[in-house]
Write a protein that binds this ligand. Structure first.
Ligand code: ZN
Length: 235
């Protein structure tokens, strides 16, 4: 089951082409970024000012969307959940993994920014737990969509990272030519399954951002660059 199957939500992963750079903190002209948001909101069919994005800090913090949140005042966190209609949630990435969550039974959604730090901190479990606590969601009902992110083909990490984390996450490292490569999505998939998300409810893009910079922004491949996004909204 995929998010495409549901007509009562809006969901999208942007590309370079479809969304442009959506982040305000990467050196782009503020007006240009606002314009990208305006165009995207019109194309997808939501109100730009209703969009909740995040000041992402590579944490495992999940924020429950409240009245104080708005387009101009993004909360500091790496995941958002809500059960409010017409309130689009956005996660921005350029190599980190964007993860979207939808519970069609309790009508609640979540988005998460899961790079290496988010995966090591098990942010996806925090999202599922928060949806359980706030909305009564059952993991077996939740549908998950994983967008494009840097793959194990390109994500080389230093020895010290392997050293510090191989006991818990050894299964997600590959060693090639004396260097370590990390498969972040493998960790995320394993954590989602541990949470009780059904395998058939997980849709994984599997596309590597660093191998596909014509379509996606990649921090690792390009250095200073833009951010593409995952968007999810209850209609
Ligand atoms: Zn790659």
């Amino acid at each position: 089951m995929r998010l495409d199957a549901f007509s009562d939500i809006l969901h999208n992963f942007t590309t370079r082409e479809s969304g442009g750079n959506l982040a305000f903190h990467v050196g782009d002209d503020i007006e240009a970024v606002n314009e990208h948001h305006e165009i995207l909101s019109q194309e997808l069919g939501y109100k730009k000012d209703a969009l909740i994005h995040m000041k992402q800090i590579h944490s495992d913090i999940v924020h429950v969307v409240g009245e104080q949140d708005g387009f101009g005042s993004p909360p500091t966190c790496d995941a958002l959940v809500t059960n409010k209609k017409n309130t689009p949630l956005m996660v921005m990435v350029a190599d980190c993994t964007p993860v979207l969550f939808y519970d069609p039974t309790c009508r609640a959604i979540g988005v998460a920014h899961a790079g290496r730090a988010g995966a090591f901190g098990n942010i996806v479990a925090n999202v599922v737990k928060t949806m359980q606590k706030e909305y009564g969601s059952k993991p077996e009902d939740i549908i998950v969509s994983i967008g494009s992110a840097i793959g194990v083909c390109c994500y080389e990490v230093g020895k010290e990272i392997h050293e510090a984390s191989h006991e818990e996450f050894g299964y997600a490292f590959e060693k090639r030519d004396g260097s370590y490569y990390l498969d972040v999505n493998r960790i995320i998939l394993s954590q989602l399954q541990e949470c009780g998300i059904k395998q058939e409810h997980i849709d994984n893009s599997g596309i590597c951002t660093a191998c596909n910079t014509h379509d996606y922004f990649s921090y690792r491949a390009e250095g200073q660059t833009g951010r593409f996004a995952g968007v999810l909204m209850l209609k």
